[in-house]
Design a protein around this ligand. Structure first.
Ligand SMILES: [Zn+2]
Length: 119
Protein backbone atom coordinates (compact mmCIF):
# COMPACT_ATOMS: atom_id res chain seq x y z
CA UNK A 1 0.00 0.00 0.00
CA UNK A 2 1.45 3.31 -1.07
CA UNK A 3 -1.39 5.53 0.05
CA UNK A 4 0.11 8.70 1.38
CA UNK A 5 -1.00 9.35 4.91
CA UNK A 6 -1.61 12.86 6.21
CA UNK A 7 1.37 14.43 7.99
CA UNK A 8 1.46 14.61 11.77
CA UNK A 9 -0.74 17.51 12.99
CA UNK A 10 1.68 18.10 15.87
CA UNK A 11 5.09 18.19 14.20
CA UNK A 12 4.28 17.84 10.46
CA UNK A 13 6.33 14.67 10.17
CA UNK A 14 5.58 12.72 7.00
CA UNK A 15 6.58 9.40 8.52
CA UNK A 16 3.18 8.68 9.97
CA UNK A 17 1.82 5.16 9.97
CA UNK A 18 -1.47 3.45 10.66
CA UNK A 19 -2.12 1.50 13.82
CA UNK A 20 -5.64 0.12 13.84
CA UNK A 21 -8.03 3.06 13.57
CA UNK A 22 -5.33 5.53 14.57
CA UNK A 23 -2.48 7.26 12.83
CA UNK A 24 0.76 7.36 14.75
CA UNK A 25 3.73 9.72 14.43
CA UNK A 26 7.08 8.05 15.17
CA UNK A 27 8.80 11.38 15.71
CA UNK A 28 6.70 12.93 18.47
CA UNK A 29 4.56 9.88 19.40
CA UNK A 30 1.35 11.77 18.65
CA UNK A 31 -1.65 9.50 17.94
CA UNK A 32 -4.88 10.64 16.34
CA UNK A 33 -7.95 9.30 14.58
CA UNK A 34 -7.56 9.36 10.83
CA UNK A 35 -11.13 8.80 9.77
CA UNK A 36 -12.12 12.43 9.31
CA UNK A 37 -9.58 13.53 6.71
CA UNK A 38 -9.55 10.36 4.64
CA UNK A 39 -13.28 9.76 4.51
CA UNK A 40 -13.96 10.80 0.94
CA UNK A 41 -16.06 7.83 -0.11
CA UNK A 42 -19.43 8.96 1.16
CA UNK A 43 -19.70 12.29 -0.62
CA UNK A 44 -20.51 13.94 2.68
CA UNK A 45 -17.85 16.45 3.74
CA UNK A 46 -19.02 16.32 7.34
CA UNK A 47 -22.08 16.61 9.48
CA UNK A 48 -24.10 19.57 8.28
CA UNK A 49 -25.07 20.87 11.69
CA UNK A 50 -23.92 19.39 14.96
CA UNK A 51 -25.81 20.38 18.08
CA UNK A 52 -24.94 19.81 21.70
CA UNK A 53 -27.16 18.32 24.41
CA UNK A 54 -29.24 21.48 24.72
CA UNK A 55 -29.40 22.44 21.04
CA UNK A 56 -26.51 24.88 20.67
CA UNK A 57 -24.81 24.60 17.29
CA UNK A 58 -21.21 23.43 17.68
CA UNK A 59 -18.24 24.51 15.57
CA UNK A 60 -14.61 23.53 15.22
CA UNK A 61 -12.54 24.99 18.05
CA UNK A 62 -15.40 25.27 20.54
CA UNK A 63 -14.91 24.47 24.19
CA UNK A 64 -17.50 22.17 25.71
CA UNK A 65 -18.18 20.40 28.99
CA UNK A 66 -19.27 16.79 29.33
CA UNK A 67 -22.83 16.48 30.69
CA UNK A 68 -22.69 12.87 31.88
CA UNK A 69 -20.09 10.38 33.09
CA UNK A 70 -18.54 8.64 30.11
CA UNK A 71 -16.73 5.34 30.36
CA UNK A 72 -13.77 5.15 28.03
CA UNK A 73 -14.00 2.01 25.93
CA UNK A 74 -11.34 -0.55 26.72
CA UNK A 75 -10.17 1.07 29.94
CA UNK A 76 -11.38 1.80 33.46
CA UNK A 77 -11.11 5.53 32.86
CA UNK A 78 -14.25 7.60 33.34
CA UNK A 79 -14.63 11.11 31.95
CA UNK A 80 -16.55 12.89 34.68
CA UNK A 81 -19.51 15.22 34.32
CA UNK A 82 -18.23 18.76 33.95
CA UNK A 83 -14.93 17.81 32.32
CA UNK A 84 -13.89 20.66 30.07
CA UNK A 85 -12.84 19.76 26.53
CA UNK A 86 -11.07 22.47 24.54
CA UNK A 87 -10.73 22.82 20.81
CA UNK A 88 -13.19 20.22 19.55
CA UNK A 89 -13.28 19.25 15.90
CA UNK A 90 -16.44 18.14 14.11
CA UNK A 91 -16.04 14.89 12.21
CA UNK A 92 -17.90 11.99 10.71
CA UNK A 93 -16.70 9.67 13.41
CA UNK A 94 -17.19 6.04 14.26
CA UNK A 95 -20.85 5.19 14.84
CA UNK A 96 -22.64 8.42 15.68
CA UNK A 97 -19.59 10.02 17.24
CA UNK A 98 -19.28 13.45 15.67
CA UNK A 99 -16.68 15.22 17.78
CA UNK A 100 -12.96 14.59 17.66
CA UNK A 101 -11.08 16.00 20.62
CA UNK A 102 -8.37 15.55 23.19
CA UNK A 103 -9.44 15.17 26.78
CA UNK A 104 -6.95 16.35 29.42
CA UNK A 105 -5.47 13.40 31.25
CA UNK A 106 -7.18 10.89 28.97
CA UNK A 107 -6.01 11.56 25.43
CA UNK A 108 -7.44 11.84 21.94
CA UNK A 109 -10.92 10.42 21.43
CA UNK A 110 -14.26 10.83 19.74
CA UNK A 111 -17.40 11.93 21.56
CA UNK A 112 -21.06 12.23 20.70
CA UNK A 113 -22.39 15.77 20.52
CA UNK A 114 -25.37 14.64 22.62
CA UNK A 115 -23.16 14.26 25.71
CA UNK A 116 -21.53 17.70 25.67
CA UNK A 117 -22.63 21.26 26.24
CA UNK A 118 -21.07 24.34 24.72
CA UNK A 119 -19.58 26.84 27.15
ZN1 LIG B 1 4.56 14.22 15.14
Amino acid sequence: MNDSLPPCPECSSEYTYEMGALLVCPECAHEWAASAETDTGTGAPGPAVVKDAVGNVLADGDTVTVVKDLKVKGSSTVIKVGTKVRGIRLVNGVGDHDIDCKVDGVGPMQLKSSVVKKI
